[in-house]
Design a protein around this ligand. Structure first.
Ligand code: AP5
Ligand code: MG
Length: 191
């Protein structure tokens, strides 16, 4: 299964992926986590990315695409993967389709975690990651709405989108996620 999780900052993408890893036994690819590792190691990509991340802006596509395409070629991704925070722009989504198509693979399903803004802000305030500063967080939400939300139509038009209410306990949300995954598995079987 190749599943994408889409949602605004703080929607619970990482939290649900941790649970999905146990269920599906496929690797969790979080571009945010990969970038934070690059920043920490002070690689050229990390140094370039940091300036964008600090401001809540999206990191330029070439950095992201290079990073993800290398990771997708690793043997552990052959059976599938969970994509958390990628793609985030239409060009990234089209590039992903190309990358997978070349390996006779495709995206099986996309889960949208929908959470109202006041709850996102509440979660951000209780976490305190470096980019969880209120002004930066507002920009991260704006980047999501402007650049990433259009992807929902892109995947809905392909019949691959499952929109899930992201309010409730992590366990309640995971129950909804599992229903979506069952649907994706069924669709993959009849394809
Ligand atoms: P990224 O790391 O992806 O951050 P994000 O999208 O802003 O999302 P978060 O990680 O903050 O939230 P999440 O949805 O994973 O929620 P979580 O489970 O942690 O990206 C960071 C930056 O990297 C971007 O701003 C951009 O600059 C760059 N970047 C990354 N990918 C990129 C790309 N493809 N292209 C360009 N740039 C890119 O939960 C949040 C908090 O809420 C946690 O404390 C959690 O414990 C809590 N929580 C979770 N679920 C619940 C619940 N049900 N109830 C209560 N609390 C909950
Ligand atoms: Mg995350």
């Amino acid at each position: 299964m190749r599943i994408i999780l889409i949602g605004p900052p703080g929607a619970g993408k990482g939290t649900q992926c941790q649970r999905l890893v146990e269920l599906l036994r496929v690797p969790h690819l979080s571009t945010g986590e990969m970038l934070r590792a690059e920043v920490k190691s002070r690689t050229p990509a990390g140094l370039e990315a940091a300036a964008f991340m600090e401001q809540g802006q999206l990191v330029p596509d070439p950095i992201i695409v290079g990073m993800v395409s290398r990771r997708l070629q690793a043997p552990d991704c052959r059976r599938g993967c969970l994509l958390d925070g990628f793609p985030r722009t239409l060009p990234q989504a089209e590039t992903l389709d190309d990358l997978l198509e070349r390996r006779a693979m495709s995206v099986d399903g996309v889960i949208e975690l929908a959470v109202p803004r006041d709850e996102l802000v509440r979660r951000m305030l209780t976490r305190g990651r470096e980019d969880d500063d209120p002004a930066v967080f507002a920009q991260r939400i704006a980047s999501f709405e402007l650049q990433t939300a259009p992807l929902l139509d892109y995947y809905a038009n392909q019949g691959k989108l499952a929109s899930i209410d992201g309010l409730g306990t992590a366990e309640q949300i995971f129950d909804r996620v599992k229903v979506a995954v069952k649907r994706f598995e069924h669709a993959a079987r009849i394809r």
